[in-house]
Ligand binder design. Sequence first.
Ligand SMILES: Cc1ncc(COP(=O)(O)O)c(C=O)c1O
Length: 478
Amino acid sequence: MPQEKSFHMTPDEFRRHGHAVVDWIADYQSRIESFPVLSQVKPGQLRASLPVNPPAEGEPFDTLLKDVDQLILPGVTHWQSPNWFAYFPCNASGPGILGDLLASGLGVQGMLWSTSPACTELETHVMDWLVGMLGLPQKFLSSSTGGGVIQDTASSAVLCALLAARERASGYTTNKKGGNGRLVAYASTQTHSSLEKAAMIAGIGTDNLRLIEVDEKFAMKPDALAHQVDADRKAGLIPCFVCATVGTTSSNAMDPVRAIGEVCQKNDLWLHVDAAMSGTAMVCLEFRHLQDGVDLADSYNFNPHKWMGANFDCSCFWVADRKALIQTLSILPEYLRNQATESGAVIDYRDWHIQLGRRFRSLKLWFVIRHYGIEGLQHNVREHVRLAQEFADWVKSDDRFELAAPVPLNLICFRHKGGDATNQSIMDRLNKSGDLCLTHTKLNGSLTLRLSVGQMNTKARHVERAWQLIREEANRLG
Ligand SMILES: Cc1ncc(COP(=O)(O)O)c(C=O)c1O
């Protein structure tokens, strides 16, 4: 009997092509410094080089990889370059990549415990490990009243926190009846824009999101928070949620979590702590003081996909009271009913976030933690912080430059004293050169350069060269 034509990749073909892809990635890692860090393509360049129509017949795999080299690579901005100093790091490590590959290979969808018990239980276990590793309160443990879940991003995490806060404050009626426009949320003027989006989606409304003023270090003023909460109450509104940030995006400012938490306790407000980037630093005891007061938090989030090497996406979110979160997000259609759920003995993570389906994200995090060990993760953080502090000292010792904000960890905000146009020109020329990539912010109305040290392979020589190139640009400007 003639064999039916198969369109699938056989296991042997998969092995061969898979080895080629892993080789490709390893080669990419070893030659990464040869590429311009910021992609130099023009808008539309990649699309113009792609065929208008998809292939009618399948193509050999080798041609796909060739096209990655020729067409895709020029359009890639190399976040994994050690000369990456822009935004924040978004690290992909060896164990992270391999863990993710295994998750793809297993291809499970872990919406319920019963749809793949290992997907749920490994996640719960790793999230419990991290409670101890980051010095988080015991109430976040799955064996206590709380628990942790891996979300895609910090944006989703803060949205879930806000939804749970909304429900708690409205006696769990808003899901059913809709909002009454009286709930109010609070954050500082420096809080990440994801909270504004969350306020829009959660029906709080941006008019009911109060952006509290900050001090000279760009940290929220707890007195101003308390004052605003009082004023809102007096105006007949219902304060319900505060977001404190441990390491703001713009300048890495540290909100005083304990003082903010005390205001929250007094007023029965949900306290969410956003430590998206800087949370990783809490693996080191000497940085834990930056999140002092975290024991007062109702929820906490950090992104191992930023600084810990668990490649995107991987965002860890804990709550102190899992019942509040589950009551907010749970709905149970008949087709998802199963014995394990009914028994009450398992976690079904579908009730802990917005979407239903979920990947096996904990595998890559587990691999990262086991590969590096706490010792290795601490070493990465300490080295980056050391290099950033050294860079800050160089800035201080050059009369033409100034620091624009304190440098608690690995982000340096600095500027040339020549003004906005000068700083813009320094940044644009460096980014265009492809030698490194850095980005900017505005602090006190002035354009400020941000140099974020956090890519896994960034060493002293990369930071030294960055400073040399910045100074050369300043020399050129005279
Ligand atoms: C402090 C802070 N919060 C939230 C976010 C949003 O992160 P995500 O892309 O995971 O939503 C960022 C991103 O840089 C951040 O720095």
